[in-house]
Design a protein around this ligand. Sequence first.
Ligand code: GLC
Length: 389
Amino acid sequence: MCLLLRRVNAMRKLLFLSLILFLGSHLSFAQSVAHKRAERMGVGMNLSYLDNYWLGTKEKNFSDFVKPAEAAKREQMLADIAKSGFKTVRLPMSFGAWASLKAPYEWVTPESLIVADSFVKWALANNLNVIVDLHHTELDGSVPNAAATERVVSLWKRIAERYKGTDPERVFFELRNEPHDIPAKDWRDQAEQIIKTVRGIAPNHTLIVGFHDWNSRAAMIDSKPFEDKNIIYTFHYYDPFIFTHQGATWSSEGLPELKGVSFPWSKDAKIETPATAKGKWVENQINSYKNDSDSKKMFDDLQAAKDWSEKNRVPIFLGEFGSFGKHPTMPDRCRHAETVYSALGKLNIPSTWWEWDGGFNMFEPGTGKIADCMRKAIDSYNPSKQKSY
Ligand code: GLC
């Protein structure tokens, strides 16, 4: 009898200890600063313009692209974004165009920085979380030294100094949008140096970091998190690309000429392969479109990203998704948006749609009003609590 009691007590102790261990590991998981901040990002929006380096003069390395009158319109847009229910705004900014190409890489158009400050201020005034995103670091790829590690680290030293006084609960620093034409290892080395530099200046701000190959989901899943604990990992999801980028003049391999791709695949809508796409990646994508536009396949893609986040115990964030509005119909675009938003909602992945007022916008054509079916798509993120994402 006594032996039995002792055993029962020992079992109880064991159970109690396991419970403490379980709670300990899960509570520290739930309470990580990066997780808490990611949790508050919810559904968000990209506000482009300060990334549009191509509006500048090539001979001046695009440094002059910001026009005050254009920039000023964004004050109202940030208010509209907040009013539409978005919680976070990602601000893509081509800081690299505003700095000299030679060490010590001083600002050559300091007035552009003042405009960037206003964007951050306007976003905060509307209670939005703000992502300061270093975009198009390599510009058009033709400017020598634009994305050299020493220069990018120096840009970050200046950016971090500039925004270190902002509220770290609300302002996030995204190290570099869509690194490409850079091997995975070289990007990792560059990112590590940026992280070290920013941490010396802004110890409490959450960093947003994506991986090589244009912040692809696959690159993230193939990578390991960095040592710094206060990081949210980002990826972009423009799948199926032949739907989201049909007619995109800045793409290649037949995408500029491609049109007539509906969502999802339908046997009645045959996709014509443009001559420029023959034998190219785009032709393969046309052939696999039936499967690629399947909602279960797309859910599984996003689930795989979530699995990576859980396995590594780090939060993730979908920084860009959306569709170019040139060719597809609004109902097609809305079906695509709803497929992604509803999956994000189920998987609890925060996001920012690309983009508020450019070619990927969500508006009813010819208006500044979010199309009804787009509203329904956004609401599918959180079906029970319409409007509060
Ligand atoms: C990336 C590019 C941006 C483009 C978008 C959609 O963010 O930087 O210029 O519009 O993807 O292709």
